[in-house]
Design a protein around this ligand. Structure first.
Ligand code: PLP
Length: 424
């Protein structure tokens, strides 16, 4: 198939796309006289048009009501974090009591490990994937040290065994070998570098069969793939909202604590907003945790940070995760097909080929080596096709179904081909 044929198919697919109108809900950065072809929703999602309005509302209420805004605002600040509870639960397949928006991802990961990494003699290790996101690794190592233990002994890393990817069998082997000494398994929903989607339900069940606590870093999974956290049954999950959830740089993060821990008085680092709201303002010294994930909150909620999340979750609710996933499979499949047909001699796809084992992102390596990869990445950027670069040699391209078009994918193919022709 030629580039022309792909471009024509892309125009037809855009015209027939039932979700195409959602693109209008976003501000697309310009490039030259047109819009950028933005493939970096896995890093920072685009700004929804509605975001300015919800922020303006908070600013107006602050100007008009000052402290009384906690009760007199259009959406009273006292209960503002509650506004995102239902849509967030819907997005991650959880019960409302299991989710809370608070802090940022790494902070939440630490808070969760305080409760769920409870090393005992003989069961004190943490299992993660090799090549985990550095912040997770730092957090895990520092928790191990915090307990007076040695990461060289207590950190178990599962190595990729299928090229860049980790097979289910590799996890099974790791649990068979080390299961009895693993206190916590911390796994990535979608691995940030390779784009591999892990089987959250199966690996959670595997870890629990071995008596381990299990938590997930869903930074690259939330808003990207459908999730069913309650049913899958991990102890906790953490994620951010600035990627696929389009809630702005450094946005407030999300946290899931399974319902089975909703009333148990697990050890935790406490703050007043985690106190039972019925008695919080009696200002008593003893801590009575709120039911569910709310009981891990520390501070009063940052309303200015929650407002963009409200606007964003509204779009997910309207579009529906099932419809978004259907388009996503099609869009990423189109990108894969184009690379295979036109650029197979130039680009290697590191992400699993099975659609069920990936989200929207394809991780690409330029066969000619790192320098050529940097050159292609720079060329694409100069042509308004923005992906991102992950050391040492990976270009990540994430077509996001809420705002990317099939013609964006065709533009990627066109510009990558132009680069190859220039080099020849
Ligand atoms: C997989 C993963 N985990 C953790 C983080 C760290 O997130 P934060 O800076 O919000 O704590 C990121 C950030 O991009 C990430 O991609």
């Amino acid at each position: 198939m030629s580039l022309n044929a792909f471009e024509q198919e892309a125009r037809q697919l855009d015209a027939a796309d039932p979700l195409a109108h959602f693109r209008e809900a976003f501000l697309i950065p310009p490039h030259g006289n047109g819009p950028m072809h933005y493939f970096v929703g896995n890093s920072l999602g685009l700004m929804p048009r509605a975001t300015r309005g919800v922020l303006d509302e908070v600013m107006r209420d602050w100007a008009q009501h000052a402290v009384e805004g906690h009760f007199a605002a259009d959406h009273p600040w006292m209960h503002y974090h509650g506004l995102v509870r239902e849509p967030l639960a819907e997005l991650v397949g959880a019960k409302p009591v299991e989710v809370v928006a608070m802090n940022t991802l790494t902070v939440n990961l630490h808070l969760m490990m305080v409760s769920f990494y409870r090393p005992q003699p003989g069961r004190s290790a943490i299992l993660i994937e090799a090549g985990a996101f550095p912040s997770d690794r730092h957090a895990v190592e520092s928790q191990i040290r915090f307990h007076g233990l040695d990461p060289a002994r207590e950190l178990i890393e599962v190595e990729p065994d299928e090229g860049e990817r980790i097979s289910d069998a590799a996890f099974e082997r790791a649990f068979a070998e080390h299961g009895s000494r693993i206190a916590l398994a911390l796994l990535p929903g979608v691995q940030y570098r390779t784009g591999q989607l892990l089987d959250i339900a199966a690996l959670t069940a595997l870890a629990r069969r071995h008596g381990c606590a299990v938590g997930w870093d869903l930074a690259h999974a939330v808003g990207n793939v459908p999730l069913a956290l309650h049913e899958a049954g991990p102890d906790f999950a953490v994620w951010c909202h600035y990627k696929y959830c389009n809630s702005g740089p450094g946005a407030i993060a999300g946290c899931f604590v399974h319902e089975r821990h909703a009333v148990a008085s697990l050890p935790r680092f406490a703050g007043w907003w985690g106190h039972d709201p019925e008695t919080r303002f009696l200002m008593r010294p003893e801590f009575q945790p709120a039911r569910g994930a709310d009981g891990w909150q520390l501070s009063n909620p940052p309303v200015l940070s929650l407002a963009p999340l409200r606007a964003s979750l509204d779009l997910f609710h309207q579009a529906g995760m099932a419809a978004l996933r259907a388009k996503s499979l099609h869009l990423t499949g189109f990108l894969e097909r184009g690379i295979d047909a036109l650029l197979a001699d130039t680009l290697e796809i590191l992400t699993p080929r099975e659609p069920a084992r990936r989200g929207c992102q394809l991780s690409l390596r330029v066969r000619a080596g790192r320098e050529a990869g940097r050159a292609l990445f720079g060329f694409l950027k100069s042509r308004g096709v923005l992906g991102d670069w992950r050391e040492p040699d990976v270009i990540r391209i994430a077509p996001v179904p809420l705002y990317n078009r099939f013609t964006d994918v065709a533009a990627f193919l066109r510009e990558a081909l132009a680069w190859r022709e220039r080099r020849a």
